[in-house]
Design a protein around this ligand. Sequence first.
Ligand code: GUN
Length: 167
Amino acid sequence: MSKAQKFIEKLELQPHPEGGYFKETYRSRGEINSKHLEENYRGNRNYSTCIYFLLTSDKFSALHKIEQDEIWHFYHGSPIRLHMITTDGIYSCQMIGPDLFNEEVPQFVVPGGCWFAGEVVNKDSFSLIGCTVSPGFDFNDFELKSRNELTELFPDLKDIITRLTHH
Ligand code: GUN
C-alpha cells in the first residue's frame, strides 16, 4: 500500500468532487442566520468548518470556487502549487509548503470568489493540508465549471484552464 493510501485510510478520507481526498474535522455547532450573511449565501451557515485535504501527484484539484475565504494549512508531504484566477481574469500562483526560504508558505488565504486549483509539486508524492472556512462550508457555495465554460469566461487563460480542469 502506498504511503498516501495509508494516510487516506488512517484519516478516513473520502474522494472530493474537485479531486483529492478529504474529511471534515470540525463544524461549529453555532450557526449564522442568513439575514446576517451577504445575499450570495442563500441560507444559514455554521460559524466555521475545517477539513483534512490530501492531494496525490497523479491528480490535481480542479479549478473551483467558493464564496468564503479559504485558509490553507500545510501539514505533510510535497509542497503544493496553488493556482488562482480572480473574477477579473488575473492569474497568480503560490507555493504552499514547509520551505520558508524557497518561496513556500505554510499558511495561505485564498480569497473568496476566486477560481483556484492545487497540484502536488513532487512526482510520486502527496500533500496533506487543512482547509478552514468561515462561514462554514456548504456545497451550495461550491462551484466547479467545465473546461469550456471557464475558457469562455477567461479566453486568455486557455492553456492553464485546460491543464487544471478534469472535463
Ligand atoms: N468541505 C467539503 N469540501 C470542502 C472544501 O472544498 N473546502 C472546505 N473548506 N471544506 C469543505
